[in-house]
Design a protein around this ligand. Structure first.
Ligand SMILES: O=P(O)(O)OC[C@@]1(O)O[C@H](CO)[C@@H](O)[C@@H]1O
Length: 392
């Protein structure tokens, strides 16, 4: 690259007052407290969690212990960063490592009683069992009477705004509510057109949060399969607990069960169809270690790239997947989506509510309007995008 071309700054968490700084210094302390309150960890786990909080706010990056199965992998990913303050690492990298170290601290991977116990399960279960989910499932019955396109639009919209139900975000969100909403870029027509164009193909969905986000995702998946727009859907989930409420296979099973045991016929029927779809392999759930890697999708390994190649469309849900798709950098918001997401191995769509500084693909007039409000529109979860990079 010529030396006089300015590069877009990578986001780091070392600027006091910035969103990224707040995640480490405001959100994580509250999260740690909630984790310690939610399960009766013993003195060793509690002390390790407290040490992690101190290290990640005032200390330097320490590598995983040599006994960890992924120690060598992380040593490589963190080359040049070990021994430096956490805030000097890219925000995307540091946050990902924080969650890996949290699992380490609570003994998730060590053989012993806490092995495999999801530290976020109490929050995820409470949300799934809550009255808000009852209401959302009951509302499904109303969709049955709608014309096909209205129904499809409603399902897409629920999957999009379901992304606001992110338990990590809710720890420090000031708005919390689901009232105001603003779709700052809306490529939904293009998304449907692309799905129709490639009708009967394989659609990949890279999930984000469990519970109130995964349920509408599953309902959308049911629609894609039932309408024939997709012959097969591959749903990608995290291989381990991550970013508080990110969906794992256990969360998929819990959500399907919640649908199957719902009090309304419409929700039950979706649950039954999804169960059957799993049985016959038209719905496949997959995972890959890279989904918890601290890197952008640009750097995905060859085997994962091969999985996405040939998909009719890949739909990426949520804020973190967006950051990993376009790069966790302070792009000018008018930078084109295709310029930043065009590296993805299949046509790609982002369904994301805005909960971090990264944003591309917004027209100048909209940026000016949003900036003039004086509100933190990039991070307050009240705005969203549907962005598509179609087939050439
Ligand atoms: O990916 P998601 O669930 O939509 O959002 C993840 C998130 O809450 O975590 C990060 C900060 O911790 C931000 O990118 C974003 O606000």
């Amino acid at each position: 690259m010529p030396t006089n071309v300015p590069t877009t700054p990578v986001i780091r968490s070392n600027v006091p007052g910035s969103f990224a700084w707040g995640v480490f210094h405001e959100r994580h302390p509250k999260l740690i407290q909630q984790v310690l309150d939610a399960l009766p960890y013993g003195p060793a786990e509690r002390a390790a969690v407290e040490r992690l909080l101190t290290e990640s706010t005032t200390g330097v990056l320490e590598p995983l212990g040599a006994e960890a199965l992924d120690a060598a992998q992380w040593l490589e990913w963190g080359e040049g960063l070990w021994g430096k303050p956490w805030g000097e690492a890219p925000f995307l990298w540091a946050e990902s490592y924080f969650y890996r170290r949290l699992l380490d601290a609570i003994g998730y991977f060590r053989s012993g009683a806490w092995q495999g116990v999801d530290p976020f399960a109490p929050f995820k279960s409470a949300e799934l069992a809550g009255a808000a989910v009852d209401d959302e499932l009951a509302a499904l019955s109303k969709l049955d009477g709608l014309p096909e396109t209205r129904r499809a639009e409603a399902l897409l919209s629920s999957a999009l705004w379901g992304n606001r139900a992110d338990l990590g975000f809710q720890i420090t969100a000031e708005t919390g509510g689901t009232d105001a909403s603003d779709l700052v870029t809306d490529d939904s027509e293009l998304l449907w057109a692309e799905l129709v164009r490639a009708e009967g193909g394989r659609v990949c969905i890279v999930a984000d949060n469990a519970g109130r986000e995964l349920l509408p995702d599953l309902v959308l998946i049911d629609h894609l399969l039932a309408s024939g727009l997709a012959a097969q859907v591959v749903l990608y989930v995290k291989p381990q607990p991550y970013y508080v409420s990110d969906a794992t296979m256990a969360d998929v099973l819990a959500a399907v069960e919640r649908l199957r045991t719902a009090p309304t016929e419409a929700a039950k029927a979706v649950g039954e169809r999804l169960w059957h779809a799993l049985n016959i392999g038209v719905l496949v759930v997959r995972t890959h270690p890279f989904f918890c890697a601290p890197l952008p999708f640009h750097d995905m390994p060859t085997d994962l790239r091969a999985e996405f190649t040939g998909a009719a469309m890949t739909i990426l849900k949520g804020d973190l997947n967006y950051r990993r798709l376009v790069g966790d950098q302070l792009w000018a918001p008018t930078t084109s989506f295709t310029e930043t997401a065009g590296h993805f191995p299949s046509p790609v769509a982002a369904l994301r509510t805005l909960k971090s500084d990264v944003i591309v693909g917004v027209d100048a007039a909209t940026v000016a309007r949003l900036d003039s409000t004086g509100t933190p529109w990039r991070t307050d979860g009240r705005h969203a995008v549907i962005q598509v990079h179609p087939r050439a």
